[in-house]
Design a protein around this ligand. Structure first.
Ligand code: F6P
Length: 367
């Protein structure tokens, strides 16, 4: 058995769940225990479990048969240890800082290192813990695909598959009723999911946070389609999409304006704008958490397993303070310091935006 820098490590999943988390856990665990002889401690519910010292040894029966299972066997939370809010602490711990509790529990659980599976916030916390002297390795997980430093995150392709299958189903009912169907997808800060599922599903309009939209341009595109005999349209909207008018406002004012609007989310507002401008019947589908549920796609099973085993190798080689990444189809790793506090949004000259425009997709701007 190869000699390893790490004898015993903790593993946690943090932030929004996604298909592929269990496949990644399995990849880390099988390589770490089977090849490098390491002991594994599963931490419950993300960083909250580390603050509370809630960990238990994982054995092969714990990570056998989970490759295809959705969600995470460890549970998750959106706990941010470096953001002060003492409501989660036991009375005896109030006043102690959460990073201090994490370091204490690192000792109590006899951890040499920690592997975290999560999105932007999780890997930012991983960097801060690494700066505090803990041995931490990150894996990039999110359906949003908005983590800096990696071309792709696991969970993204499964969400694209789910969203695309839904768009396909909307096509038939839109066509049957000559309606405009608006489908709202997840993706607050970046529109990767809406862009890829929009292209895969043949969306006629794709609205993403990176390109603030003009409601008039959207209406004109839909009316042009109608004049060409296409009495239906599919509009794919990222939940973080915003109008040109909103984009011009300071963030706080934009938030206040949104709270006053009679729409539960952007998809409903876009639909109302379209119906009012074109007179066409418009309906809304918000896909929501369906994009995060269920079994991972085969692509994500392979990607998550690859990332997981790569993390085990980083542990064995003692290469801490890094996040596993995919760059130009090669698995590598990047310093957590480069990932922290960043979001990977879509560059406006990205080839997939060009591809969509070339097949006539409208982005709500006058391209
Ligand atoms: O970060 C992934 C994500 O699914 C976003 O796309 C979405 O806006 C958010 O999580 C929802 O967060 P929560 O699960 O806390 O409601």
């Amino acid at each position: 058995m190869p000699k390893s820098a790490v004898k015993r490590f903790g593993i946690l999943t943090s932030g929004g769940d996604c298909p592929g988390l269990n496949a990644a856990i399995r990849g880390v665990a099988k390589a770490a225990s089977g090849v490098f002889g390491m002991e594994i401690v599963g931490i419950s519910n993300g960083y909250r479990g580390l603050i509370e010292g809630d960990g238990r040894e994982l054995y092969s029966e714990d990570f056998s048969g989970i490759l295809t299972r959705g969600g995470t066997i460890l549970g998750s939370s959106r706990e941010k240890p470096f953001k002060p809010d003492d409501d989660l602490l036991k009375d005896s711990d109030v006043g102690k800082d959460k990073p201090g509790l994490i370091k204490e529990n690192f000792e109590k659980l006899r951890l040499d290192a920690l592997v975290v599976l999560g999105g932007n916030g999780t890997n930012t916390t991983a960097h801060l813990l690494s700066r505090e002297g803990l041995n931490v390795i990150g894996l990039p997980k999110t359906i949003d695909n908005d983590i800096w430093g990696t071309d792709v995150t696991f969970g993204f392709h499964s969400a694209v598959d789910i969203a695309t299958e839904s768009i396909d189903r909307l096509h038939s009912t839109a066509h049957s009723h000559n309606r405009v169907m608006v489908i709202e997808l997840m993706g607050h800060k970046a529109g990767w999911l809406a862009l890829y599922a929009g292209i895969a599903g043949g969306g006629d309009v794709i609205l993403i946070p990176e390109i603030p939209y003009d409601a008039g341009a959207v209406a004109r595109d839909i009316e042009k389609r109608r004049s060409e005999g296409k009495g239906f349209s599919i509009v794919v909207v990222a939940e973080g999409a915003l109008s040109k008018e909103e984009a011009a406002l300071p963030k706080k004012e934009r938030k206040r304006l949104r709270e006053k609007m009679p729409y539960p989310s952007i998809g409903y507002r876009v639909a109302a704008e379209i119906q009012s401008a074109t007179g066409m019947e418009t309906r809304v589908t918000v896909l929501g958490y369906l994009q995060r549920g269920g079994t991972p796609s085969p692509y994500d099973r392979v990607l998550a397993t690859t990332f997981g085993t790569a993390a085990a190798e980083l542990l064995a080689r003692g290469r801490f303070g890094r996040m596993v990444a995919m760059k130009d189809a090669c698995v590598s790793s990047v310093p957590l310091s480069e990932v922290a506090e960043k979001t990977k949004t879509i560059p406006l000259d990205h080839h997939m935006i060009d591809t969509a425009r070339l097949v006539g997709t409208c982005f709500g701007d006058e391209a």
